[in-house]
Design a protein around this ligand. Sequence first.
Ligand code: 3PG
Ligand code: MG
Length: 397
Amino acid sequence: MTNSFRTLDNVDVKGKRVLVRVDLNVPMDGGKVTDATRLERIAPTITEISDKGGKVILLAHFGRPKGRDDKNSLKPVAASLADVIKKPVAFADDCVGDVAAKAVGAMKDGDILCLENTRFHSAEEKNDPAFVAELAKLGDIWVNDAFSAAHRAHASTEGLGHKLPAYAGRTMQAELDALGKALDAPTKPVIAIVGGAKVSSKIDLLENLVTKVDALVIGGGMANTFLHAQGVKVGKSLCEKDLAATALRIIDKAEASGCAIILPVDAIVAFHFAANTPSHAYGLDAIPDEGMILDIGPQSIERINAAIDDAATLVWNGPVGAFEMTPFDRGTVASAKHAAARTKAKKLISVAGGGDTVAALNHAGVADNFTYISTAGGAFLEWMEGKPLPGVEVLKK
Ligand code: 3PG
Ligand code: MG
């Protein structure tokens, strides 16, 4: 990912109607935003355009509604956004048509308007040219600041980039910069830590990583599949036995590419899948038949930390144990703290993202010490898989 796209440095937004695609898909509970990280991330772009006298027209989706549906309205999110950016955010009940046109028509330079959930129209996800044209009527330029939705080729995330002059927002710019430094042109050696429950959801990601990184740590439930493939008896642990051949193929590919695979050498085993259930560390030759591996063991932690010490760049996706249940968060917390300390000591560039990863690093209390933490879920995974992201590609043309 090079910086071969235009940014807010390349346009005078004053007086312009700026359609800004943001990711407002934030976790909510009882009408309240429970994690405002994504809102904080887009604040710089919104504030900059507004301060420069542009009219900020926000486009975003929320949830996966099938048609219009009050549960998925962006109205409460727009209110929270106003709190975060400390500026008023007006709201329009539709993202196209008369309602939207009227709201945009009433804007003064510097105003901020949030349009209703783009996914209330099925044409959004179809990237329907007629819908793209409807959206495009509302703006003079398009700014994409939603890296976390850039794996979707939808009207507001991709289609508009073909129709209007397109620019990367500040968050998109920062994200592409950080990710580029992590995998595209990294300081070597590079280590990746990949965890999570299943190999099946991360085959493409693992296959891509082994060709790019110098060492790959595999943890979490997915490590059990690799251990099983190598003949380790994993008892009642989560394990995708039918993927043993896939695991061995990935190991072979790693070897051919000169990537060291680092699997657990010991495990924390319990007999129930529950927090604080009794557990012990076992060597891999002694996992009890009735036992379940719920975390990496102390020797594995030491091994990972030593591997982190050997690396200049770290990419992390997925917890290495059942981190949401104590004490099975220990492996994830210990490795995360070690990576954070190395980063703080300026020995490591650390980038993390995807699904549970941010929650795990927040839980470890180290999120602020990583070089960059992406709020993207699926988009981060597709980036790690080496796939082009439509919402990024369209910025490069
Ligand atoms: C996300 O929350 O990961 C993005 O906003 C994309 O949402 P989607 O998976 O519903 O497209
Ligand atoms: Mg998602």
